[in-house]
Design a protein around this ligand. Structure first.
Ligand SMILES: [Mg+2]
Length: 238
């Protein structure tokens, strides 16, 4: 990051923040663990906790394929349940499991404890958008159920567009929803290097990596934070 007497594009204050949802503002792991256990038990599984890592292994390459545009969210959802049931030797209908899983994901888990205070601190000062590679049905249920839609001027969900972060077409949709803000005064905050950071960098906006695991900072990231309260200072240039 360059330090000069004047404000650079990488330093705040910013006018617009694009927030990732899962693992950034929203405790997706909590939602996933509860929802996964419910579905596995309904499929006749007796040890959901032991199967959760298997499920993660099954879905990881599917999400990577989705980021590459090789499959859509509904295909991903079906494929991960077909893969899990197969790996676990469970005789249940993958389509039914996939459907109940989406239903539960929207209603379980919750915002991280620091997320709402951060949104409250920024709301009204900065324009906020939610940009997620999530599934439309899950995201809209979740926004209603946990009452946080009011923070965002626009909510961009990849499954509604057919393109996902890091694609420029995804960011085009976000910028359209925000009436084409100045890229030099826009920042993306997210936990994913491959979707949020790579996408933001490719689109020419400032990047802020939410890195609660405190992994080493790679090249090409403008800002890195370990906690959500730090985001406010980065965004407001404090
Ligand atoms: Mg994320």
């Amino acid at each position: 990051m360059t330090t000069t007497a004047t404000t650079t594009s990488a330093n705040g204050p910013f006018d617009v923040v694009l927030f990732d949802s899962d693992h950034t503002l929203f405790d997706f792991d909590g939602s996933k663990a509860i929802s996964f256990a419910r579905v596995v038990e309904s499929a006749g599984g007796t040890d959901p906790a032991a199967l959760l890592p298997v499920f993660s292994d099954v879905e990881r390459p599917l999400w990577a394929a989705l980021e590459r545009g090789e499959l859509n969210h509904l295909e991903l959802n079906y494929a991960r349940w077909a893969g899990l049931l197969d790996a676990a030797g469970l005789d249940a209908d993958p389509a039914a499991c996939a459907d109940s899983y989406l239903d539960s994901l929207g209603r379980t888990g919750g915002l991280f404890p620091d997320a709402r205070p951060l949104l409250d601190a920024l709301h009204g000062k900065v324009r906020l958008a939610l940009v997620t590679n999530g599934i439309s049905r899950v995201m809209h249920t979740r926004l209603d159920h946990f009452e946080w839609a009011q923070y965002f001027e626009t909510v961009v969900v990849s499954s509604e567009l057919g393109v996902a972060k890091p694609s420029a077409a995804f960011f085009d949709a976000a910028f359209e929803g925000l009436d084409q803000p100045d890229r030099s005064r826009t920042i993306i905050v997210g936990d994913s290097l491959t979707s949020d950071m790579a996408g933001g960098r490719g689109y020419g906006i400032t990047t802020c990596w939410f890195n609660p695991q405190q992994a080493p900072q790679p090249e090409g990231i403008d800002h890195m934070v370990h906690t959500l309260p730090e985001v406010a200072a980065v965004v407001l240039g404090a």
